[in-house]
Ligand binder design. Structure first.
Ligand code: B12
Length: 212
């Protein structure tokens, strides 16, 4: 019997191989991938973040914990991100300029794919211009902007302003997310929606399209 605490501990100790093996054992024992995320892996990142904030952990601990979760996500991706035949719409996503956090974005992508979206991932550290070019050249329904740093949140706002300046804002719905972001902020910067996690991102994106 795999314990969620053991998975959390593998993350906080930065042991990617153990995180991978425990995740594999949990999946083999029919534990739901969402539970592995919500009760095992994400609490590990939360704890590492808290210890970083209090000065007990430093950058190397953040790096190895992030890598450990990336490794475990390799196992969850084919399950959570399994694309079905139905297509809800096309989703373009990226992490904003100055920000290289991508684990949360990658989880959102898995949930979207698993819920029938075709997703194009621009990656991390994406400038407003790069987002605009992708929107102009594609036929996407929704753009998702991820920001994990309070310092890079303004870059989500600048991306929306750049879309407006280039006459592209009406072409696409914009959703924002990331740990420090809130629904009120999303409204203030002119986004169409905010979602706090992967499952709600998939639900809210579907609502945006239904109401378009
Ligand atoms: C792992 C990690 C890193 C890794 C990232 C690895 C990677 N591949 O992503 C590394 C080591 C690179 C890193 C670097 C830094 N980090 Co860091 N990091 C973290 C940590 C521990 C976990 C982040 C994470 O993955 N969380 C888990 C995921 C699942 O949650 P999430 O990202 O919020 O995503 C969910 C939702 O927000 C939402 N969501 C996310 N994106 C989107 C997008 C859309 C469109 C929608 C709808 C929803 C959505 O759905 C996701 C799934 O549920 C956090 C601590 C924390 N508590 O979050 C700090 C944290 C984010 N980092 C922090 C800092 C300060 C830094 C550094 C500046 C440290 C430094 N001195 O260099 C650098 C910045 C580098 C840069 N320029 O980006 C601070 C940020 C403080 C702040 N408020 O600004 C935090 C909060 C730590 C802390 N408590 O101080 N970090």
């Amino acid at each position: 019997m795999v314990s969620f605490e053991a998975i959390t501990k593998a993350v906080t100790s930065g042991d990617g191989n153990l995180a991978y093996e425990l995740t594999k054992s949990a999946l083999d024992a029919d534990v739901s991938p969402n539970d592995i995320l919500d009760k095992g892996l994400i609490p590990g990142l939360q704890e590492v973040g808290d210890q970083f904030e209090s000065g007990d952990f430093f950058l190397p601990e953040l790096i190895v914990a992030g890598d450990a979760v990336s490794k475990a996500l390799e196992l969850l991706d084919p399950i959570l991100g399994k694309e079905g035949a139905a297509t809800k719409g096309k989703f373009l996503i990226g992490t904003v300029k100055g920000d290289i956090h991508d684990l949360g974005k990658n989880i959102v992508i898995m949930m979207l794919k698993g819920n029938g979206w075709k997703v194009t991932d621009l990656g991390v550290d994406i400038s407003p211009d790069e987002f605009c070019t992708a929107v102009a050249e594609g036929d996407y329904d929704v753009l998702g902007l991820s920001s994990l740093l309070t310092m890079t949140m303004p870059n989500a706002a600048q991306t929306i302003e750049a879309l407006k300046a280039k006459g592209l804002r009406d072409k696409i719905k914009v959703m924002v997310g990331g740990a420090p972001t809130k629904a009120e902020w999303a409204q203030k910067i002119g986004a169409d929606a905010h979602a706090k996690d992967g499952p709600s991102a998939a639900r809210v994106a579907a609502e945006l399209i239904a109401n378009a």
